[in-house]
Design a protein around this ligand. Structure first.
Ligand code: ZN
Ligand code: ZN
Length: 439
């Protein structure tokens, strides 16, 4: 009886190690699929694709992708999993904190302790990381500086050190100002005359990049003073207005325009998407372009209908998505005469609304009310893909494959070195963490 149960326990331990080794291979495949963008066929991310194709819960799928990516930089931990020596549970915890620098030490933690020990050490490790990070942030913030002072010849010198996010805003603003100054100037010069002008008047040659940056900074300063140094509400900063001619909404190839508020052209598909679920104001123009009549502002989808749509669809209807917040999509666009009714509407998230208007994905409602989706090449995108075939003796197949790979896995492969002594997490972190000694 006892030897019988021992054998059963050994079998569980051995098969678990085999599964961990197979998981390592699975993570390798996921990493390659992710890096090569294999999921980028209408899915929001590699995790969303995994959830759809393999049937993983979204959180589990995200975790798999995270571990797969991290293991790409941690060859020792990856190898320990591939040999069935460390369980996936331990690897998952260790990859939260391991870096190439600390990998070796954390591998030893994984070998010595139980999964629970590993979890507690990783928690303590993250605390030390967070303290170090907070200290770094404080140091950076204290180190911010900007000095503006006159040079001997009357020029003004600007020197500074900015925190990363402030620097990013400055770089973006300088780029926008430079574009406003120089892109527009380029457009005003008729093609073909540029060479002659610069040949005759070399003083007007295109400024160098540092000169352009200086001009951009001047424009930023003038603009800020002009607008009373008001950063504005986020919604105003990112507001986009589209002006679109009625025929373009109905037919992307129709003559007519589709432009943003600042005059930049946008593809007709984009304006159709924005018009699908929006407030609209109809303006009529006379032949000279003067507005002769402005209609009342109406919503393309009335709020009662929108509530019904949310209640029915509950989230994005694109296969494998299900994001809760969505936009109402007219399956047949209202500009084509499609009615604004429940049966002609479907909820799509922002990503997938783009997919159907601008990336060639097609959707239609079947006579039985079900939605069907097609890829741009016309292939059907099933709601739930068929399961992959599995050999009748899947365990035997797994064992055989590991044997041909030269893997020797047995009931003690994943055993840890713990003999029952008490774990002192604080002491372990002090000894192991590269930054702990300085605390
Ligand atoms: Zn739409
Ligand atoms: Zn979606």
């Amino acid at each position: 009886m006892n030897t019988d149960l021992d054998r059963l326990g050994d079998e569980i331990a051995e098969l678990s190690a085999h599964l961990d080794a197979a998981t390592a291979h699975l993570l390798d495949l996921i990493r390659e699929f992710d890096e090569r963008g294999g999921w980028n066929t209408g899915f929001r991310s590699c995790a969303a694709w995994l959830a759809w194709r393999v049937g993983l819960a979204p959180g589990v799928a995200r975790e798999k992708v995270r571990v797969a990516r991290t293991l790409g930089t941690l060859p020792r931990l990856a190898q320990a999993l591939a040999r069935g020596e460390l369980s996936y549970s331990k690897i998952r915890e260790l990859t939260r904190v391991a870096t190439p620098e600390t990998e070796e030490r954390l591998l030893a933690v994984g070998r010595a302790g139980t999964a629970e020990h590993v979890e507690r050490i990783v928690r303590g490790w993250r605390r030390v990381d967070r303290i170090a990070e907070a200290r770094e942030t404080v140091r950076r913030h204290a180190g911010r500086t900007l000095q503006v002072y006159p040079d001997g010849d009357g020029m003004v010198i600007v020197r500074g050190r900015l925190e990363p996010e402030v620097g990013a805003v400055l770089v973006q603003a300088l780029a926008a100002a430079r574009e406003a100054l120089y892109q527009k100037a380029d457009e005003n010069v008729p093609a073909g005359t540029c060479g002659d002008v610069s040949a005759e008047t070399p003083a007007l040659a295109q400024p160098t990049m540092p000169q352009q940056q200086a001009d951009a900074l001047a424009l930023l300063a003038e603009t800020a003073l002009h607008h009373g140094i008001d950063p504005g509400a986020p919604a105003e900063r990112y507001q986009v207005v589209v002006h679109v001619d009625a025929p373009v909404l109905a037919d992307a190839d129709a003559p007519g325009q589709s432009v943003l508020g600042d005059g930049a052209r946008v593809p007709a598909g984009t304006s159709q998407r924005l018009a699908c679920d929006a407030s609209r104001v109809i303006m009529r123009h006379d032949p000279d372009g003067r507005v002769t009549e402005v209609g009342a502002r109406t919503r393309t989808i009335p709020s009662a209908l929108r509530r019904a749509l949310h209640h029915r669809d509950r989230g994005c209807r694109f296969p494998g998505c299900g994001v809760r917040f969505g936009q109402g999509h007219h399956i047949r666009h209202w500009a084509h005469g499609g009615p604004t009714t429940l049966s002609n509407l479907a909820l799509l998230c922002r990503r997938h609304h783009r997919a159907v208007h601008e990336e060639g994905y097609q959707m239609e409602r079947q006579p039985n009310g079900e939605l069907s989706f097609r890829r741009p090449d016309g292939r059907l995108l099933p709601e739930v893909p068929p399961a992959a075939p599995v050999p009748a003796d899947s365990v035997g197949a797994l064992r055989a494959r590991h044997e041909t790979q030269g893997l020797r896995i047995h009931a003690r492969t994943a055993s840890c070195g713990w003999l029952g002594e008490r774990l002192d997490v604080g002491w372990a972190i002090d000894v192991l963490h590269p930054l702990a000694a300085r605390n």
